[in-house]
Design a protein around this ligand. Structure first.
Ligand code: B12
Ligand code: SF4
Length: 495
């Protein structure tokens, strides 16, 4: 293969709920997660190519980097669109050839005429064709597939390219796809319904690589639904993970995403705790049974959702939750119902968004037939925008949404929720790490910013003092959640 200099670019994220931008500065990090898709692509490029990775969320891109490259590779999700457009313009002004892939381009390929090569869907299937044609000197404009690759054959991501000290969390992936069919969800459109998993050996190899890179701390299994194959987890992966973690004295804290039926399986929960899982993101969406039926979220129907959340929390796993308003079945009472639910559940990081219809989803197709789609999908569900006409008036929805946000993120209800959660939360015995230097720095910064300079100091001090005297084992969590609260208030512009 002809020698090439490949510049891999990850566009900047705007400030959003998940960017954790305002929280990261307390721990001197630049970005929460590394670009796993891009380092996976990097590992699939010919060995003799020279590769440079610039994640614009953690490093600056210089003109000399662009001039250096023969080929520029861009990976992005929809929310990075503004930065993508700027990058394309910049690279094109220097006459560079661009190769693009990832969810944004896969879903909206026709919107990027300036990209020379759209290598869509999962790179395991489409990238080899592009590289082959490039070698022959006749690369095409578009490479796509309707197939889903067997990810047991996936390469080990090129973790060594990352500037790892700048990230708060490291990522790896066990599976792609989800067996459920929620109407609004892009995951099944992008990755299918059939769970495709790597082997335990594969995962251990990836963990070894992350460990060898010197990483310690939080590691995110970026699966859409980690528990899509529970039998494999219980009989194979989790026992192996437990041994691996025990041998190294629990160097990582695992985080993942899972459906609520996790709470139905005690053995699975116990195994997850033993193998080092500390938090899980769960799509709760809504406490309204009719709206759950409307979006085909049947796994959430007919259950006491609060009890399910508490069950997971009581095992020692923190629950983060996704919530949506704007379903056709939503009544004016939904906003207060969501507030009550979130406050009682003790879910601190509650991602509440307005319903949007990403292209290629079942929801998008239904709304298109009903002539209700009105604009492009921005990828951001907290920017007070919807890309379709809702049943409730948009003004009422917007107003209700704003009340909902202030009902859970204003200082009083927020600190109240944190205290309620910490008063009953039992931290897993496996994580013995006490306050380290970085925790001390975060504490000092939080004292300066939240305890001295900012409004609402009394809430901060009340929580810290209460925790210190009543629940000292979770004191670091009280500090962390105070910092998160600051981020959430800034993102939602709560004074
Ligand atoms: C981990 C994750 C996150 C993490 C970290 C994100 C990050 N920096 O990487 C967090 C929690 C922060 C997050 C947040 C959000 N996320 Co997210 N996230 C994921 C998740 C679960 C895994 C991503 C991942 O690492 N996958 C593993 C890698 C290997 O896969 P990949 O990136 O897709 O790459 C493959 C291909 O796409 C392709 N490819 C990728 N890039 C390139 C580049 C080139 C050149 C080529 C050739 C190929 C190629 O090849 C790779 C190998 O097959 C995906 C779902 C999923 N299964 O992918 C959603 C997903 C990417 N997220 C999504 C969304 C919507 C969001 C949010 C907007 C949610 C919200 N409402 O706030 C936010 C926005 C982020 C922000 N900062 O504000 C959507 C994106 C849809 C879209 N059209 O863009 C996805 C697809 C989930 C979904 N709902 O369908 N997310
Ligand atoms: S459970 Fe989650 S990932 Fe699976 S289809 Fe529903 S929203 Fe998508």
């Amino acid at each position: 293969m002809k020698f090439m200099k490949a510049l891999l670019l990850y566009p900047e994220f705007p400030v959003t709920f998940w960017s954790f931008k305002y929280a990261l500065k307390f721990i001197s990090k630049k970005s929460s997660h590394p670009p796993l898709g891009l380092i996976t692509v990097a590992a699939m490029l010919p060995e003799d190519w020279e590769i440079r990775l610039i994640d614009l969320n953690v490093d600056s891109l210089m003109d000399k980097d662009i001039l250096w490259a023969d080929l520029v590779f861009i990976s992005a999700m929809s929310i990075q669109l503004e930065s993508v457009k700027a990058l394309i313009k910049r690279c094109k002004s220097k006459a560079k050839r661009i190769v693009a892939g990832g969810p944004l381009f896969t879903e909206e390929a026709d919107h990027f005429p300036q990209v020379d090569h759209l290598v869509l869907n999962e790179a395991e299937l489409t990238l080899p064709g592009f590289l082959n044609d490039l070698q022959q000197g006749k690369p095409k404009k578009r490479y796509s597939t309707k197939e889903f690759p067997d990810i047991r054959q996936s390469v080990l991501p090129a973790y060594q390219l990352l500037n790892r000290k700048k990230y708060a969390v490291m990522s790896l992936q066990l599976s792609r796809g989800c067996p459920f069919n929620c109407e609004f969800c892009e995951v099944t459109a992008l990755f299918g319904n059939k769970m495709r998993l790597k082997s335990s050996d594969h995962i251990i190899e990836e963990l070894n690589s992350i460990y060898a890179s010197g990483w310690r701390g939080e590691v995110f299994f970026v699966d859409d639904n980690f528990i899509g194959n529970r039998k494999f987890l219980k009989s194979d992966l989790l026992p192996r993970l437990t041994i691996w973690m025990q041998e190294r004295k629990y160097p990582f804290k695992f985080i993942t995403e899972a459906s609520i039926n996790l709470s139905d399986d005690d053995l699975l929960l116990d195994n997850m705790v033993k193998s080092g899982f500390s938090s899980v993101f769960v799509g709760i969406e809504t406490p309204d049974e009719d709206s759950l039926k409307e979006c085909s979220k049947f796994q959430n129907n007919n259950r006491d959702l609060i009890e399910s959340v508490h069950k997971i929390q009581n095992k020692g796993i923190v629950v983060m939750g996704g919530f949506i308003v704007g379903f056709d079945n939503d009544k004016p009472s939904i906003f207060q119902q969501q507030i009550d639910f979130i406050q009682h559940s003790g879910i601190i990081s509650a991602m509440v968004g307005l319903l949007n219809a990403p292209p290629k989803t079942k929801l998008y197709n239904r709304l298109l037939k009903e002539n209700r789609i009105i604009s492009n999908f921005s990828g951001n569900n907290t920017d007070l925008a919807m890309n379709f006409i809702p049943k409730m008036s948009f003004e009422d929805l917007k107003h209700g949404y704003q009340n909902l946000i202030s009902g859970i993120y204003s200082r009083k209800p927020y600190y109240h929720r944190v205290k309620g959660f910490l008063s009953r939360y039992q931290k897993s015995v496996h994580f013995k790490k006490r306050f380290g230097m970085s925790d001390i720095k975060a504490l000092v910064k939080s004292i300066l910013i939240l305890g001295i300079f900012k409004k609402g100091r009394r809430y901060y001090w009340k929580l810290l003092l209460w925790t210190l005297f009543n629940r000292p084992k979770v004191f670091s969590m009280a500090v962390t959640y105070s910092i998160y609260g600051y981020h959430f208030r800034k993102v939602f512009k709560i004074k």
